[in-house]
Design a protein around this ligand. Structure first.
Ligand code: MAN
Length: 353
């Protein structure tokens, strides 16, 4: 059991696949998940990951990939001996990995942070070019000075990397390209500079030596990153034993930079935890929670496209109140409130390096 109290919204799920329209004829929305969160023009906005695929026919797995000029639907017989399809999210066919859905990012907004609608006149953000052919996912949004920085997972046959686009008005976007190459995801930029430098958390995925650990990088301009340092590792026999990854931008508190992160175990069950970095030198991790601060418990978190998942990459802070928006079971968009003091009180300082 978790000791920290997550107050789930009674309105959860706030958004389900049926609530939005597919981006094009011939596709259906399989999942709405993992929103980036920001405020703009006095409203709460979510930049939701919308995962689509063709309606599935019996005996066939079909999924879209982006090509110059449109999408191509790939169809594979379920009993094809060259197909490995044990995970609903990814398949392997003839030795190559593919995603079973194609994700784009979509804007919805709200006056109360609970009821969201898709406003007229805002573009969908879709994968562009070869390195985003399998879609873009799980966007973190951070406002630095007057520019929103969007960091998202760019997926293609080339691998999984971190893409960036910037915008001031959510109408026009500047492509900054792939800022961290494969295999990497979960990139969260700090909202302010520390001693003149930009900082970001990110997650290289290691296949052999090392592991799926959270790293810190610094940058002179918020776009070009270097001086990478490993911060948080997976913990054996624990809820975060297989992979860890940063959530949204770290939260500035009197005690340090507080980061909410996700961890998964070998059974791909995703929970949330927290760690604290030194205010002046975020490469120093001062404390970390032992137990999750939130774990899948509600029906909509336990079963769905991929059950036993709570995953956050967007939140709002109002004094002590932290509202996280999160993906539940990789299918629904939900929200929960925490007290920041409550999370801080559950940090264990014996992890200090
Ligand atoms: C993992 C999961 C999927 C995601 C891919 C690519 O398999 O997080 O949901 O689509 O990685 O990022």
């Amino acid at each position: 059991m978790t000791a920290v109290i997550a107050k789930r919204f009674v309105q959860n799920p706030l958004l389900s696949p049926k609530d939005l329209k597919p981006s094009r004829a011939g596709l259906e929305i399989a999942c709405l998940l993992n929103p980036g969160v920001f405020t703009f023009q006095n409203k709460t906005w979510l930049l939701i990951r919308v995962a689509e695929r063709p309606q599935q026919k019996p005996g066939i797995i079909s999924f879209p990939v982006l090509k110059a000029g449109g999408i191509e639907i790939i169809e594979i017989q379920e009993n094809d001996p060259d197909l490995i399809a044990t995970d609903p999210r990814v398949i392997n066919y003839k030795g190559a990995d593919y995603l079973t859905t194609l994700s784009h990012l979509r804007l919805v907004c709200s006056d109360d942070g609970i009821h969201f609608y898709q406003p007229e006149g805002y573009p969908l953000l879709q994968g562009e070019g070869e390195d985003e052919a399998f879609g873009i996912e799980d966007c973190r949004v951070v406002l630095i000075e007057d520019t929103y920085h969007l960091t998202f997972t760019a997926v293609s046959g080339h691998g999984v990397g971190v893409g960036m686009r910037t915008t001031k008005d959510w109408q026009t976007f500047e492509k900054q390209g792939m800022i961290i190459p494969p295999h990497n995801k979960d990139c969260a930029i700090f909202e302010e500079r520390i001693n003149g430098k930009y900082y970001a958390l990110h997650r290289p995925s290691s296949v052999d030596l090392g592991g799926n650990y959270i790293w810190l990088a610094e940058s002179p301009d918020g776009i070009h990153w270097g001086n990478h340092k490993c911060l948080i590792k997976t913990r054996k026999n624990n809820w975060d034993s297989k992979r860890v990854g940063a959530g949204a931008a770290p939260i500035k508190t009197a005690e340090g930079w507080l980061e909410i992160y996700h961890g998964a175990n070998a059974n791909h069950q995703y929970c949330l935890g927290a760690f604290l970095m030194d205010l002046n030198d975020p490469s120093k991790v001062i404390a970390q929670t032992d137990e999750p601060i939130m774990q899948p418990e509600a029906d909509y978190e336990l079963s769905g496209f991929f059950g036993h998942v709570v995953f956050t990459n967007g939140h709002l802070v109002n004094n002590d109140e932290l509202t996280i928006y999160y993906g539940a079971a990789d299918e629904f968009v939900c929200a929960a409130k925490f007290s920041i003091q409550d999370i801080l009180a559950h940090l264990k300082y014996n992890h200090a390096t």
